[in-house]
Write a protein that binds this ligand. Structure first.
Ligand code: ATP
Length: 355
């Protein structure tokens, strides 16, 4: 084993349920200390994959390697990994301290050392010291989530797996916990493998994201790569609102909009491009004084406006199509609903995908 051996390596991992491949031929290397998130819609195979990684299920074929050793047949309780569940699985009639100390107790550590470690973990998880004696059921949802994470850390695992731990928590607290989890990851330097159906959540926390669709890993990259360089329409549409314009190759290397035949200036064309989709994020489309102010311009009617806090989103109707445009609130704009407007974007700010 060398230093560059991944902590976890999947080689052609597949899980069949009858004739159906819930996880279909996945290859991936995860580095020590990485925060890796698997994201995908419901039914895409995330839980099935995570259960195999954690040892709760075995692959039908393929290998799972931990630091270069095949671990397919090693059960969950014999692996140096720990799962943090959405359902929390805390002991309801015990205190916060007893819950966190549980792994240390079964390992036979003496009570004083157990308590010292529990208090250390509580401080890391920003739980007040006096919660040590508090019944865990008297804690709020967010606090219980932190207790569950402190307990998982008490096992001192090499990898922590998270199965949608924040999905049952309200929006504001979830946003806080996402950032806290990222801090805790940085402080503990452990490998975190996290699943969620929310790419937005994945973006906030992860070093890398793997996007799953129908059992396959369709793209792996940093949050920046996934957002700015999606390789498919599916990935581009997975985060926030996006403009997807069906196009085909037009004359002299231009693009032709499928809807009305209008010529558009393309970003760099992939070799052999015939037809596909031009993807333009709403923040790259701007309102123009005249059509020549951007590489591509279309005329339409302003027909909706949504306040999104620091940004404002507009919908502009262009023929039968609707374009979504976003701008920062402080940017001046005097357009009113039903006004005729010209919107446009520069060729370099669009992405071309084929499926
Ligand atoms: P969600 O976000 O809804 O939890 P998921 O991405 O985690 O979805 P999985 O739970 O991994 O998806 O399921 C993937 C597919 O495998 C689904 O079509 C599901 O119905 C199927 N599946 C999962 N477990 C079993 C099982 N034990 N037997 C048969 N089919 C299963």
């Amino acid at each position: 084993m060398t230093d560059s051996t991944p902590i976890l390596s999947l080689k052609s991992v597949r899980k069949m349920f009858g004739p159906y491949a819930a996880v279909d031929d996945i290859d991936i290397d995860i580095s020590e200390g990485e925060f890796f998130t698997i994201v995908g819609p419901s039914g895409s195979g995330k839980t099935t994959l995570l259960r195999m990684l954690a040892g709760m299920d075995q692959p039908t074929s393929g290998d799972i390697m931990l630091r270069g050793e095949r671990i397919n047949d090693i059960p969950a309780n014999k692996r140096p990994t720990c799962m943090v569940f959405q359902s929390l699985a805390l002991f309801p009639h015990r205190t916060v301290g007893q819950n966190i100390e549980f792994p240390l107790k079964i390992r036979g550590e003496d009570p004083e050392r157990r308590k010292a470690r529990a208090l250390q973990l509580m401080a890391l998880l920003r739980l007040p010291e006096h919660y040590y004696a508090k019944n865990v059921m008297k804690c709020s949802g967010g606090e219980r989530q932190r207790v569950a994470l402190a307990r998982a850390l008490a096992y001192d695992p090499q990898i922590l797996f998270f199965d949608e731990p924040l999905s049952a928590i309200d929006y504001k607290l979830r946003k806080t916990l996402e950032k806290e989890l990222k801090d805790i990851h940085r402080e503990t330097k452990k490998t975190f493998i996290y699943i969620t159906h929310s790419l937005e959540e994945a973006m906030v926390m992860s070093d890398r994201i793997g996007v799953m669709r129908a059992g396959k890993l369709v793209q792996v990259g940093t949050p920046h790569q996934i957002y700015t360089s999606p390789t498919t329409r599916f990935v581009s549409e997975f985060v926030g609102d996006v403009n997807v314009i069906p196009v085909s190759l037009g004359a002299r290397g231009s693009l032709r909009m499928a809807e009305n035949g209008r010529e558009l200036k393309p970003p760099k064309l992939p070799a052999g491009f015939g037809n596909g989709y031009l993807v333009v994020r709403p923040e790259y489309i701007r309102f123009l004084d005249k059509a020549g102010d951007a590489d591509n311009a279309v005329e339409g009617k302003l027909y909706n406006e949504y306040a999104l806090g620091s940004r404002i989103q507009y919908q502009v109707r262009v023929g039968d199509a609707v374009f979504v445009v976003e701008k920062l609130r402080q940017q001046p704009f005097s357009g009113k609903l039903d006004d005729k407007v010209i919107i446009g974007w520069d060729a370099k700010d669009a992405i071309l995908v084929t499926d």
